[in-house]
Write a protein that binds this ligand. Structure first.
Ligand code: BMA
Length: 836
């Protein structure tokens, strides 16, 4: 089979009732891409991600667009030629030389048209006409009846990424366009179509299931047609009859190294080659990939509260530490693999072992799953339904089935795929969000989640795990019950404050999160120049969460005091997110065997905005990323207050016994001196934990605002984990004014910055983008006792001097916030009648 790319040379123009803002003629349209991206590149629209431009470009989503390409047919076409679109977004008609090839309506499918005999030797005209997605969903509402959904537009009426219509962390920019590659494929005899593999592993031996689809051109049959499968040292051959469209086989692969997720072993991959061949004639068609042998099962034990939920790989329960993944980009839905890699490495570096691809996005490109295979990151893959009631009527029902079949057959072969999940929050929505009145008996998607999708998984990937939704309960009528199945913990952010994580004891929590702003550089990127004001209208337009600004203000004020108008606000909000996530993770990990996993909401961002992300849209890691990294360490120590008593909780997520020493100290914040000390020797089983009740003398402080607890865990004299605990919120804490020595040392591509504390410095963080927006930084969120140092690496082309850096807001600490908070409270107290 020979493939000819048709990605280059497309143009796009507005058609139908053309709005006044539209370009009068055609503009170049990069493929893969979107109309928005093409108009932006042509200078027709402003950057939709800046300021309030999102609203100005609403007309783009209301307009019909026509993509055209003139191309010459390649020479030497075979018996059969197909036109293949890897992705069309979304409602479109495809025409070749004036003849309609088909009408399509699903962003989540690929399309193949037989164009044999339709190509002209010289010039060919290919047209894809896209209808406005906004008009389409309105028409569908009129046809099918409205159904509940979050946010403004009824995204549940179209098979297209829900988040494209706007979400509580992203803009509403309903795109159209050719969002994945296009090509011609020309072949004779038989074509190797979708190849679906699936593995298992048990006690040293692997097992591979394979399912291959074959298409026939109708030409003369070739002798000896067969499918050859090579994996490791094993070669397995299956004869293929002329006209046979499906080949299934199962292969034992004895004595093979398994694939393990991070934290359990190496993600060993083996080359797999599947070849469709015959004796003589056409060269073999071959599909090469890398597979890992592993078995995945759900394990659960039942107690009085309900049934637990755990993911076991090769028979070992994996304590899941993960993050949720949202689409990388709204305008340009298809992104280079390097961007996947960068973010997935951010996850891996933070000791994560699972990524959940959330149901409001897309099925990601192959590269995403290949990188996860390689890094040992499990993938929880949602089917693409989120926060809405979905009609089960035609043609949506058939589209859902077709897209699910394609996704499962494309992705099931990846070792990383841990499970398939029916939807995001729709089971919960149906029981808890008062859908019934609006639905008035209409369908909401139940049949998909309990019938269609599990049947497809069972047919195409019989060893795969399927769960009906996230959250879901095995037996509790409340799908979000904390004692049963999987929970989303959102009340804590929406209504309470992060200490309330300690009030819940989820068996598995697949969403929980706290908002915090992105880097200063990202905030600046979001706003028109000169407009950088966190409390200003333009930035608040990048806060999409319902009542988000108020929720953020409430929680930040509770911990840091009222910092409105203060230049420390951005840093305080970032730090609040970091503290919140650390608190939540420490608590969930302290639940021991009751809880088998936690997935932070959310790893990444799709634009510069206020969100729950750990890494912002410029690729900068937020302080929250560093806090999660510390809390997710294999071996970690946390301090918990239960019923007025303090405990140190040590988790050993290694496969060997931990023999260590735990030193607990109460320290005076001003002098740095230890005022109390307690030591415990610990032996903790592999993948076990220990709880050490602290003696009253250690924690009985007379002045909580002036003291803190330090827990240090050492193994053979080496520090493996430390954790500080403060008795009072930052706003009350008497942290000394930040004082430190800062030295610079040149290193390849930049500097090593050494900061040595002269006083107790809590949560030291370098906002290096304040100095060089083109530079980068590698750091932890460090707390230093007097005399201790942190080394921070920066890459930069600038010549730096210590004086450029040694100031707020470049070097940031919680001490800076405490100082402002105490100043603010003194001022507030001294103004009579100030009740703020
Ligand atoms: C959950 C997610 C998303 C949302 C997040 C934050 O509902 O499934 O819908 O972005 O919470 O509100």
């Amino acid at each position: 089979m020979i493939s000819h790319s048709l990605d280059n040379g497309w143009v796009v123009r507005a058609v139908g009732p053309v709005p006044p803002q539209a370009p009068s003629g055609a503009v170049a349209a990069p493929v893969p891409g979107s109309v928005h991206a093409a108009l932006r590149a042509a200078g027709v629209i402003p950057d939709p991600l800046v300021g309030r431009n999102e609203r100005e470009v609403r007309w783009v989503g209301e307009t019909d667009w026509e993509y055209t390409l003139d191309f010459e047919a390649p020479a030497g076409l075979a018996e059969r030629t197909d036109l293949v679109f890897d992705g069309l977004d979304t409602i479109a008609t495809v025409e070749l030389n004036g003849a309609v090839l088909g009408a399509v309506m699903n962003q989540h499918r690929s399309y193949r048209f037989d164009v044999t005999g339709h190509l002209r030797a010289d010039s060919n005209a290919l047209t894809v006409r896209f209808a406005s997605p906004l008009r389409h969903i309105r028409e569908e509402v009129a046809r099918l009846g409205a159904r509940p959904h979050l946010f403004d537009d009824p995204f549940n009426m179209i098979r297209k990424s829900a988040a494209n219509f706007g979400w509580d962390w992203g803009p509403s920019l309903p795109t159209a366009g050719i969002w994945r590659s296009v090509r011609l494929e020309t072949w004779s005899g038989a074509r190797l179509g979708g190849v679906t593999t699936q593995t298992r592993w048990s006690r040293g031996d692997g097992f591979l299931r394979l399912r291959a689809e074959i298409e026939w051109s109708g030409g003369s049959p070739a002798p000896g047609r067969r499918l050859e499968v090579r994996v490791g040292d094993t070669i397995h051959t299956v004869a293929v009859e002329t006209g046979q469209t499906l080949v299934t086989t199962a292969i034992d692969v004895p004595d093979i190294e398994p694939w393990w997720p991070r934290s359990h072993g190496s993600p060993v991959l083996h080359p797999l080659e599947v070849r469709l061949m015959s004796d003589g004639g056409a060269p073999p068609q071959s599909r090469a990939s890398r597979i890992g042998f592993r078995s995945i099962d759900i394990v659960s034990s039942t107690d009085v509260d309900g049934r637990g939920f755990g993911i076991a790989v090769n028979g070992e329960i994996v304590a899941i530490r993960g993050a949720n993944w949202i689409p990388l980009d709204i305008l340009q839905p298809s992104r280079p693999a390097t961007e996947y890699r960068r973010l997935l490495e951010d996850a891996a570096d933070a000791h994560m072992n699972l990524i959940r691809v959330w149901g409001g996005g897309t099925y990601e490109a192959d590269a995403f799953y290949e990188i996860c295979d390689e890094l040992g990151l499990l993938v929880w893959q949602d089917f693409l339904f989120a926060c809405a009631a979905y009609p089960e009527e035609e043609p949506l029902a058939s589209e859902v089935e077709a897209e699910a079949r394609e996704a499962v057959s494309r992705l099931a072969g990846h070792a990383c795929i841990a499970l398939w999940c029916g939807n995001n929050e729709n089971l919960w929505g149906n029981t808890d969000w008062n859908w019934q009145a609006e639905l008035d008996g209409r369908t909401w998607g139940e049949r998909y989640y309990f019938d269609v999708l599990p049947a497809i998984v069972q047919e195409l990937a019989p060893d795969a795990v399927y769960i009906p939704g996230s959250p879901f309960s095995w037996q509790d009528p409340d799908p979000n019950a904390q004692g049963d199945g999987i929970m989303h913990a959102w009340d804590v952010w929406n209504q309470l404050d992060y200490e309330h994580y300690a009030d819940i004891r989820p068996r598995f929590v697949s969403e929980f999160g706290f908002q915090g702003p992105p880097s200063w550089a990202a905030v600046a990127a979001a706003l028109d120049e000169g407009d950088v004001d966190l409390e200003g209208e333009a930035w608040l337009g990048h806060q999409k969460a319902e009542d988000g600004a108020e929720k953020l203000r409430r929680t930040t004020t509770a911990h840091f005091g009222d910092l409105a108008g203060d230049d420390v606000l951005h840093w305080a909000q970032q730090l609040n997110q970091a503290h919140a996530l650390q608190f939540g993770i420490d608590h969930f990990r302290s639940l021991g065997a009751r809880n088998h996993g936690m997935i932070v909401w959310q790893l990444n961002d799709c634009w510069p905005g206020m969100s729950w992300s750990l890494v912002d849209s410029t690729g900068r890691r937020k302080p929250a990323w560093a806090a999660v990294r510390r809390a997710y360490q294999d071996t970690s120590v946390a301090i918990a207050l239960r019923d007025g008593k303090y405990w140190a909780i040590v988790v050993n997520e290694k496969d060997h016994e931990l023999r260590g020493r735990l030193d607990l100290e109460r320290r005076d914040l001003e002098s740095g001196e230890a005022v109390g000390h307690f030591r415990a020797e610990l032996t903790i089983a592999p993948r076990g934990s220990a709880e050490v009740r602290m003696p009253a003398f250690l924690t009985a402080t007379d002045d909580g605002a002036a003291e803190a607890l330090l827990a240090r865990l050492t193994e053979s004299g080496r520090t493996v984990a430390t954790r500080w605990h403060y008795f009072a919120p930052v706003r009350e804490l008497r942290l000394p004014s930040p004082r430190y020595d800062l030295e610079l040392e040149r290193s390849a591509g930049g500097y090593v910055i050494r900061i040595t504390a002269r006083v107790h410095l809590r949560d030291l963080w370098l906002q290096f983008d304040r100095v060089d927006a083109d530079g980068s930084v590698e750091q932890e969120l460090a707390t230093l006792a007097p005399g201790e140092s942190a080394e921070i690496r920066v890459r930069t082309e600038l010549e730096l001097a210590a004086a450029d850096l040694a100031r707020f807001p470049v070097v940031c600490t919680a001490n800076d916030v405490a100082e402002r908070a105490s100043r603010a409270s003194t001022t507030a107290a001294s103004i009579p009648g100030n009740r703020r």
